[in-house]
Design a protein around this ligand. Structure first.
Ligand SMILES: Cc1ncc(C[n+]2csc(CCOP(=O)(O)OP(=O)(O)O)c2C)c(N)n1
Ligand SMILES: [Mg+2]
Length: 275
């Protein structure tokens, strides 16, 4: 699933605050073309993506990823595209075609998009696919871990819980589910649409070792997302409390931060605010 890595080296210990800031800048830059996109999710997920791709996930000697990442929440693809931009998989110019007709940089990824294991546009399916991959990697004896990002809105899909049940049944100690628990979905707050809390307790009841952290606290991310070489005992779930639009105050309080459609001057102000 990998592209050419020319910005990443195993010998470098990255400043992950700085990597996250650069991912955030790219997210905003990607939205400038059409003046719209899932910038809120991209800004919110920049911290965890910096940790996953620049510290946690292991690579083979040729630079391809040994560990695997499954983006179940397809519409949050902007965060992964921006991260892949930092890794040199995509050029800045192409990333700027985000969401435009004919572009590979879709708002939700198409099949075969470099750097993406699945399409994910239809929510609720990724954890099942990640479970299958984790089983497959175990059978192959590859030692690879599988990380799967899903969202709080997605937890309303029954298939997620079937997948969770099978993960613990099969004792998948190479699976890490990460929930973007931002208390938001397209039509409001899950608490109003259909409550998903208590997320940690529910995942624990399904056999996960589950923990909730502030998804922007780099120390906490370091603790709960250890380097993939560290052994775990069964499936792990990390519930990230995230703030949509993190880093741009007007976005953090924007009533339509699920999907931002803004004028050029507002995007420019956001870029300036980020610094
Ligand atoms: C199976 C399915 N049902 C409905 C949708 C439409 N949809 C797109 S985004 C979204 C919100 C899902 O919640 P969440 O991922 O938590 O949203 P966010 O936090 O990004 O606002 C929905 C319902 C979808 N993509 N897939
Ligand atoms: Mg959400």
């Amino acid at each position: 699933m990998t592209g050419v890595i020319d910005h990443w080296s195993k010998d470098v210990e990255y400043d992950l605050d700085d990597v996250a800031l650069r991912i955030r800048r790219r997210v905003l830059d990607m939205c400038l073309g059409r003046g719209q996109g899932y910038a809120g999710q991209g800004l919110a997920l920049a911290d965890v993506f910096a940790h996953l791709y620049f510290r946690v996930m292991r690579r083979n000697p040729d630079g391809s990823l040994l560990d695997r990442f499954v983006l179940s929440t397809g519409h949050s693809a902007i965060a992964l595209f921006a991260t892949l931009g930092e890794l040199g998989v995509y050029e800045e110019e192409e990333l700027r075609t985000y969401g435009q007709a004919g572009s590979r940089i879709e708002e939700s990824p198409l099949e075969g998009t470099p750097g993406f294991e699945i399409t994910g546009g239809s929510l609720g399916q990724g954890l099942s696919q990640a479970v299958g991959m984790a089983l497959g990697e175990r059978l192959r004896g590859s030692g690879a871990k599988v990380y799967c990002l899903l969202s709080d809105g997605e937890l309303q899909e029954g298939q997620v819980w079937e997948a969770a049940m099978s993960a613990s049944h099969h004792h998948l100690d190479n699976l890490v589910a990460i929930v973007d628990n931002n208390h938001m979905q397209a039509d409001g707050a899950p608490a109003q649409v259909m409550e998903v809390e208590p997320v940690v307790e529910r995942l624990a009841a399904f056999g996960f070792v589950a923990e909730r952290i502030d998804g922007h606290d780099h120390e906490a991310l370091r603790r709960v997302l250890p380097h993939a070489s560290v052994a775990q005992h069964g499936p792990v779930a990390i519930v990230l409390e995230t703030v949509p639009g993190k880093g741009v105050e007007t976005f953090e309080h924007h009533h339509k931060v699920h999907y931002l459609r803004l004028t050029r001057d507002v995007w420019d102000e956001a870029i300036a605010e980020l610094g």
